[in-house]
Write a protein that binds this ligand. Structure first.
Ligand code: PMP
Length: 398
């Protein structure tokens, strides 16, 4: 073969990339500065940050930064090994103790990221012949965990309990069954119907797992999550969540019964075969868990901002996908139009990111706005007006 000839794989990949370009789905990395602040910088341009998951503003918090810096000075930069070898730093015990106290759980485990948590938990607990029932809008890491498990993967229509019940009825009585759901859906910003899911899991002998990535820190009296907000924390068998969003840091957790956590420590490959988190991350996790309980006013402020933002955009006629939270999408439709909308926003000084399929369904490309406790109401007003002007110009609203 001549060196200039393309290998079949190279040809296939280049064709696919060209296709992604053609359908406006090719992704590009954009260098961003100050993402932890309410105003960020992209390409030297200052923009209002309506795109981060830093819901409570802790990512730029001086106390969190200090906790990390002190840990680096005291313990070094890296963990040097996986937890089961020599990477189980004393800060793990302290952070996990803070976690189980906060969540009032029997046992808990810190996992390197939310993605590996979902992948690992689901694929470790379920296997061939088991059943996984998963909301259509669940995060990709849940979908991937289900695929890796090789269990029978049944995806029910978003929040459609009738569909879920029909699928449950069709599964074998003896089989292990897992129902899994985001509590706050990451792209629509609406909530799962947890009361109904608890009822169904009890009726059909299933276990229930929740992903509180967008609920941790925000809902519940002490920010424990959306299940606590509803008083259902003891009905959810496996609660997973992340420290990378409202808690401003990085990493993830799972809490549940001791036997469950013990099993994960023994069998979860992403836990066993991956280097432990650096001490600085553990220190920031521990600090964030403390702060989130001590500062309920941030939650209140976030709720006020979210409610206002949702109400104003709805009044202008935008379709916000039934959002009930700090995640407020506006549906644009075609990919190209959503990209055009995002470009116009950025020109006006607003960072609102276009989300396209496969992250969201076809023809439902959207701008996913997120508000935070750090935003200034004046800035939100300014942004809402700009968004409405662009919306009218582009024919998204009348
Ligand atoms: N679950 C949900 C619902 C998420 O939105 C995300 C983050 N996008 C994750 C899991 C993954 O978490 P992490 O970013 O910590 O890997």
């Amino acid at each position: 073969m001549h060196s200039e000839e393309q290998l079949p794989l190279e040809k296939k990949i280049k064709t696919e990339l060209a296709y992604l370009e053609e359908i406006s789905q090719k992704r590009q990395l954009v260098t961003t500065n100050f993402a932890e602040q309410p105003w960020l910088m992209i390409d030297g341009r200052r923009m209002l940050n309506l795109a981060s998951n830093n819901y409570l503003g802790y990512a730029g918090d001086e106390r969190l930064k200090k906790a990390m810096i002190d840990a680096v000075h005291a313990y070094g930069a890296g963990a040097t090994a996986s937890r089961l070898i020599i990477g189980n730093h004393p800060l793990y015990e302290q952070a996990e103790q803070a976690l189980v106290n906060w969540k009032n759980a029997e046992a808990g485990l810190i996992i390197n990221s939310g993605y590996t948590a979902n992948l690992g938990i689901i694929s470790t607990l379920l296997s061939r012949n088991d059943f996984i029932f998963s909301d259509k809008l669940n995060h990709a890491s849940i979908v991937d965990g289900a695929l890796l498990s090789r269990a029978k993967h049944k995806r029910y229509r978003h929040n459609d309990l009738t569909h879920l019940e029909a699928l449950l009825k069709n599964s074998s009585i003896e089989a292990n069954k897992l129902i899994v759901t985001d509590t706050v859906f990451s792209m629509d910003g609406d909530f799962a119907f947890l009361e109904d899911l608890v009822w169904l899991k009890e009726r059909y002998n299933a276990i229930l797992m929740t992903d509180e990535a967008h609920g941790s820190g925000i809902y519940g009296k002490n920010g424990e999550g959306y299940a606590n907000h509803l008083g259902l924390q003891n009905k959810v068998d496996i609660q997973m969540g992340t420290f990378s969003k409202a808690l401003g840091s990085f990493g993830a957790y799972v809490v549940g019964k001791k036997w469950l956590i013990d099993y994960l420590k023994n069998r979860m490959r992403g836990f066993i075969y991956s280097t432990a988190l650096p001490p600085a991350i553990l220190s920031s996790i521990k600090t964030a868990i403390e702060l989130v309980q001590e500062e309920p006013e941030r939650r209140t402020l976030l709720q006020t901002h979210s409610e206002y933002f949702r109400k104003e955009l709805t009044n202008y006629g935008f379709n916000i996908c039934g959002s009930q939270s700090q995640i407020v999408p506006i549906v644009i439709g075609e990919n190209e139009k959503a990209m055009g909308f995002a470009t116009r926003l950025q020109k006006e000084g607003i960072a609102g990111i276009a989300v396209r399929p496969p992250t969201v369904p076809e023809n439902e490309a959207r701008i996913r706005f997120t508000v935070t406790a750090l935003h200034d109401k004046k800035d939100l007003d300014w942004a809402i007006e700009k968004v409405s002007i662009i919306g009218k110009e582009m024919g998204v609203i009348e």
